[in-house]
Write a protein that binds this ligand. Structure first.
Ligand code: URA
Length: 176
């Protein structure tokens, strides 16, 4: 994982490297059953080089706490490791350039369960799925279970979404 981290920090495979302060390889332990995959770093993440360290990250921490998990118990990363300008959606070529890093991270951790946060990481595994239809359900993908979840950002100012996310997190308990 250290080698992958170093490669990501100096990556120039797609143009996003030109605008970044820091690439964001991921955080947590490789000895875990549970991996979370978000979309791409935002401004805070780009500044600090840590995934989910802004407002969405605070909410993610609350969700983890609700099932007695801490960040050190899991591994968190994103589909794309560098910040798209102005927080726009990641482009196909950017996702494609980063694919090899994510795949190697998944191979090393070999998690029982992968929680995808938001539609981009869900569509990475299941391109035809709609998050509103499948969130909180368990799907098989190769040797992993995948649980699509809403991105914490959608729950920041929407208490109903927060309830849905909290309830979806309960499904994770069986894998701890
Ligand atoms: N949103 C994401 O998808 N990933 C982060 O790391 C931060 C915000």
């Amino acid at each position: 994982m250290d080698d992958i981290r170093k490669e990501i920090l100096t990556c120039t495979k797609c143009p996003l490297y030109k605008g970044r302060k820091n690439a964001v390889p991921g955080e947590g332990t490789v000895n875990t059953n549970i991996m979370f995959i978000g979309e791409a770093p935002g401004e805070n993440e780009d500044t600090k080089g840590i995934p989910f360290c802004g407002a969405s990250g605070e909410l993610l921490d609350q969700m983890l706490e609700s099932i007695s998990l801490k960040r050190k118990d899991i591994f968190i990363t994103n589909i794309v490791k560098c910040r798209p300008p102005g927080n726009r959606d990641p482009a196909e070529n950017e996702i494609h350039s980063c694919k090899n890093y994510l795949q190697r991270q998944i191979n090393i951790i070999s998690p029982k369960v992968i929680c995808t946060l938001g539609r981009f990481s869900m569509n990475y595994f299941f391109p035809t799925f709609y998050i509103s239809k499948v969130h909180g359900n368990i799907f098989n993908f190769e040797s992993h279970k995948i649980i699509p979840m809403y991105h914490p950002a959608v729950a920041l100012y929407n208490s109903n979404m927060k309830k849905i996310l909290l309830s979806d997190f309960q499904i994770l308990k069986q894998f701890i």
